[in-house]
Design a protein around this ligand. Structure first.
Ligand code: ZN
Ligand code: ZN
Length: 593
């Protein structure tokens, strides 16, 4: 599907070029538009080259041209990646000092960052040595079997081609793995066991019943059996490794300050250091907790007049939240309630002139299609940048599959107030609205390598912005729940930094989550585990939020009486999913002109 999108990009570039060529001048200077077109052609070539370098990355991006190939992760593969980086750095360098459109300038910055990340992973971070969970062949095979991008025979041939390298893949994996962490070794065991399930009997049965030739079918069966055996023996290798690490000690899963700051700079692309963000998070946490206590003092007599408010402030807040959480929709009304809230959010955004909502691109609320129901929740399915007229769906999963107890716990979590905040975040004016704007500045680079912190930060920013603008009529209950919700993203930033950089232990982290952020024990335990397996990712929501909010306040000062929130929002979103620091620089530059 993406391959046709590429053609679309080339056509767009050409059309723009022809219309903007100066006609009479001989040897016309290559101005911004012309440089931009040259740059776009080059970035297209870079992307095509990347797909050849990493057929798996291509496949996950919806490009199936190289689906039958699997790279063996050996030294030669790493050399090829470093050569790719060197080649494209050199090719992109001339565009540093020439005029280009804002859209192209931010694309250039994203591509630079992509190249830096590829190099850093190999030469600095070296997770290919210490993280055995990097070695699992199953994902792309599952995708080929399930994603109907082509007929089954074509997909089975891709599976057949890929399987040829499975043995070599796992044998190189064993050579690569050096001094791994216990946690990632255990994760690798779990995930490879899960991966084995992809190569179940139905896969073989499908191949046997397919249109493949007899020779191909025989080869398929042979490789299928080898693949299963390779995974099984890799699992037992990992299990031996696990016992060894348990007996003799293992590398720490904590990456330490230097690598953490480097990873933060590459993944978040923030204008701050991780340490600066951490310090902001501490201040924001204190502020949120103070607000929650103050609201609790005011609301206590309204709801809990029959009992004295505990002297322990955290206990009082928790008691009130528990009490209020019983106000929620009935499980059978969950989807209908979400549906009913969308027009209310739209009306509020219009009445308060917060941002223009395109009436031609309505959001369609639907029950999550069964094949997408991994877990309960809500998500946005958006059309790609060249498929702008397709519907955008807000998928809401009905609570059908849950026991009464599970449904009750879920509904208390997404109670009357939190559900409204969730809809702001996911839909209007959060992710859905951002997507509509993002598609107005089509950039393949941004849709493939766009900045996650900006995207999540925007959604988190809109929660606060809507309440500040009076959504919910400044109802104290809504603010209390908002602070609890916001405290979660703040606390994620704090614990990630404290664990990875400062060496915080499980008890300290559980205290932050349960007592400091009013989370349930089970949720907190899962968060601790996740924080031992990933680094930096947990900070992205808060990082984006904090930077957008701070930028807005700075921008207000620059614009003075000329500041308007609607214009600010619309211009902010007009750059696509670029890192906030670049949008900030471009908008301030323009404001000062
Ligand atoms: Zn209930
Ligand atoms: Zn989100």
């Amino acid at each position: 599907m993406r391959t046709t999108l590429f053609a679309g990009l080339a056509v767009l570039g050409l059309t723009a070029c022809q219309t903007s060529q100066p006609v009479v001048v001989e040897n016309p200077p290559c101005l911004a538009q012309c440089q931009t077109e040259q740059f776009q052609q080059l970035s297209q070539q870079l992307i095509d080259d990347l797909w050849r370098l990493s057929p798996t990355w291509a496949l996950y991006s919806g490009v199936y041209d190289y689906a039958d190939q699997m790279v063996i992760p050996d030294d030669a593969a790493r050399e090829r990646t470093l050569a790719f980086v060197a080649k494209w750095r050199k090719a992109l360098a001339p565009f540093d000092d020439v005029p280009m459109t804002s859209n192209a300038r931010t694309d250039k910055a994203l591509l630079d960052n992509l190249l830096n990340s590829l190099e850093w992973d190999i030469t600095r971070f070296k997770a290919w040595q210490w993280n055995p969970a990097q070695y699992n062949v199953a994902g792309p095979f599952a995708r080929l079997m399930n994603e109907e991008y082509a007929d089954l025979d074509t997909r089975l041939k891709a599976v057949l081609g890929r399987m040829a390298n499975v043995n070599a893949f796992y044998s190189v994996a064993r050579t690569n793995i050096q001094n791994p962490t216990l946690e990632h070794t255990q994760l690798a065991i779990l995930q490879n066991k899960g991966g084995l399930a992809v190569f179940d009997e139905t896969m073989l049965a499908k191949a046997k019943a397919s249109g493949l030739s007899d020779g191909e079918k025989a080869l398929f069966e042979q490789r299928y059996l080898q693949t299963r055996q390779a995974i099984i023996s890799f699992i037992s290798y990992l299990e031996n490794l696990e016992s060894e690490l348990k007996a003799n000690g293992a590398r720490s899963f904590r990456i330490g300050e230097t690598l953490y700051e480097e990873k933060f700079a590459l993944d978040i692309q923030s204008g701050m250091t991780a340490k600066q963000l951490y310090e902001k998070a501490l201040a924001d946490r204190a502020q949120a907790q103070k607000q929650m206590l103050s609201i609790t003092e005011q609301l206590w007599p309204k709801y809990l007049a029959d009992q004295p408010m505990p002297n322990d402030g955290q206990k009082a807040v928790r008691t009130l939240i528990d009490h209020l959480s019983s106000r929620h929709v009935k499980r059978e009304d969950f989807v209908a309630e979400v549906k009913a809230q969308i027009p209310e959010l739209e009306a509020f955004v219009r009445q308060h002139d917060l941002i223009t909502l395109d009436p031609n691109k309505p959001l369609v609320v639907r029950e999550t299609p069964p094949y997408m129901r991994g877990f309960a929740g809500a998500s946005i399915s958006a059309p790609g940048p060249f498929d702008k007229d397709a519907n955008t769906y807000y998928n809401v999963t009905p609570l059908d599959g849950m026991t009464d107890e599970q449904a009750e716990s879920y509904l208390r979590e997404y109670n009357h107030w939190i559900l409204q905040i969730l809809n702001i975040h996911e839909a209007i004016p959060g992710h859905y609205t951002q997507l509509v704007y993002s598609n107005e500045s089509p950039s393949l680079v941004k849709s493939l390598f766009g900045n996650g912190a900006m995207v999540e930060g925007w959604a988190v920013y809109t929660e606060r912005m809507m309440l500040e603008e009076g959504y919910g009529d400044f109802e104290m209950e809504l603010w209390l729940m908002y602070w609890k919700w916001n405290l979660r993203v703040i606390t994620n930033t704090i614990i990630d930094y404290e664990i990875q950089v400062m060496g915080a232990d499980e008890a300290t982290v559980m205290d932050h989550l349960v007592n400091g952020a009013f989370q349930q024990h089970e949720e907190a335990a899962q968060k601790w585990r996740r924080a031992t397996l990933s680094q930096v990712q947990l900070t992205s929501y808060y990082a984006g939020f904090r930077e957008i909010y701070d930028f807005r306040e700075d921008y207000k000062k620059v614009k003075g009486d000329d500041f308007g929130i609607k214009a600010f929002h619309e211009q902010f979103l007009s750059y696509g999913s670029a890192p906030v620091k670049f949008i900030r620089a471009l908008m301030l530059e323009e404001a000062q002109r």
